[in-house]
Design a binder for this molecule. Sequence first.
Ligand SMILES: *Cc1c(COP(=O)(O)O)cnc(C)c1O
Length: 394
Amino acid sequence: MAPVFQDNELSMHPAWMEFDLDALAANYAELQQRAGPNVRIIASLKANAYGHGIVAVAKVLSDLDAFAISTGSFRDAVAVRDAGITMPILMFGGNLPAGIAEYLRYDLIPTVYNMETARAVSEATSGPTPVYIKVDAGMGRLGIAPQQAEAFIRAVVELPHIIVEGVYTHLSFKDAAGQEWSRQGIGRFNALIASLRQNGLDIPVTQAVASSNLMVGQMDDCNAICPGHLLYGLASVAPGLADIAPFEPVLHAIKARLIHIGTFPNDPALKTGGYHVKRQGTRTGVVPLGLFDGYRKPRAGAPAAVLLKGRRLPVLGVSLEHLTFDLCDLEDVAIGDEVVILGNDGDDRITLAELADWQGCGVLDVLMNFDGRLPRRYTPRSRPQPYLSNEFSP
Ligand SMILES: *Cc1c(COP(=O)(O)O)cnc(C)c1O
């Protein structure tokens, strides 16, 4: 089989991630379909687009004319602007009032939930400047309490140069108890929006629904949604709770090439007196992908494996820069063969959920561990050739 990459970089360190940008476009279309034609999508691209690479993801959404993208990372937002993308970027927070002037310099829309930040926006600008207001409808994280929101919005609107363009909240949950809690939060938020409108404060963009709400069919009276997980084909609620089919995973594979085949004499003396006994009397394969690249040590007893030629082969050890696995009785392997760490091979498949389970963490942890470490390969069907981004960080 011809190597997938001619690229020099990957001969030097053959380990990479593959992303399917057409799956992203399909997920976006599915979200728009579910939300309806009059509902705007503010796509959540926080944490480097959940580890998928913010510039590549933002380009797709900009080409699809998405209403806006959002993140809490100033560095990521600047990377999007530096790539020439001019779509609206809502900043979730994550800044001090002193940072506002820089936000405005990059045409980023600040979120405001205290007077300090509101005043900083007003003082940093001389023309009409949009802000969003965040309400804390129950998460206990960022935002102004619903009871104080109306008075707060009124005070912010009075400040020179500020346009309150949006008001939003976030209600993240995983299970049935969370679903009920979120239902109440949405009720409180709906009541706030209704009251604002009644009292003459008609704010153009209102938003509360994110992936978990969409997964259980929980909608509101707002005119925008802010999904993250679903855009990337990730589930945000427990299996069984969702009443929709999973979206397509955008992270399609993590792969590496075999750099070494170890053979060990089946010597009983070595075994009994040996130290790394698991590796004796077997053939091992090694790929250049270890802790440094984002692969965490599997918890004790986890059936961690890789796929090679459609076979599921047990992981024997993970060190800083290498992963060693058991070749078992697999014949016909050669240096340079493609080893699947995540994704499909033959009829088998290692899912992100499975990898997270072996590593004793959640899927976001796995994504964050890999983020910015391996080269990313993006494969949009709309382009004739897959291309490789050596975007190690955004
Ligand atoms: C992360 C986030 C979202 C998106 O949440 P998902 O569960 O990934 O859909 C929406 N709004 C805010 C404020 C967020 O922080």
